[in-house]
Design a protein around this ligand. Sequence first.
Ligand code: PGA
Length: 242
Amino acid sequence: MKYIFGNWKMNNTSVEVKDFIKSFKPPKEDAVFGIAVPFPYIKEMQKKLGKKAQIGAQNVSFAESGAYTGEISAKMLADCGASFCLVGHSERRQIFGETNEWCREKVKALQSRNIMPVLCIGETLQENEQKKTKSVLKSQLKIGLSKADFSKKIIIAYEPVWAIGTGKTPTKKEVDQTISYIKEYINKEFKQNLKVLYGGSVKASNAKELLSGDIVDGALIGGASLKVNEFLEIAKSAKEKI
Ligand code: PGA
């Protein structure tokens, strides 16, 4: 079964949240669902949809508590019922200057509260054009996972930065090759087999192809996860063989 995880980013209001909750009716066997929502909606989403989907956050503080104005700790996320949290999404890395070292601490903080980290990695267009994709992914993984506790669950999301919100995607062959590389690297460096999702302009129209086969374990979906029907459609098509 594929992991179909949504990332709402900084979108939706309480009216839209209520509508989403009302219309989210996935058949049980379609996918393992997760939705990373803005902090204020975690509790309500967890209460209303917690049996149908894992509800998570999009960011967490690396610190445990104290004088960190504006930050939210892993303990607070656990308090609100978050079961997973994105770490190092490219928007956080690019706009807010998050480093691999911060990601490493965030992974540790989340796991200490039994919240599953979804570590996001990916190369920029320039890095891709300069054929640096593998070395970028390698350092994101090497540092980001260096304090991970592999006895607890952790997932990787491969999201080429140039594919996020642009409508562009790598070819299916490229996605499979890069995700195979990520899995091999994690296996070699950490002796682990982790699930790896693909993210970047996944829609109902391309999900079936992008998610086919056994290499890609699921998708992290931004824009298309805001529309409940499209989100469910992606899960349905990911289930079908091509
Ligand atoms: P997108 O975003 O599906 O809108 O491209 C993916 C993401 O940012 O996780």
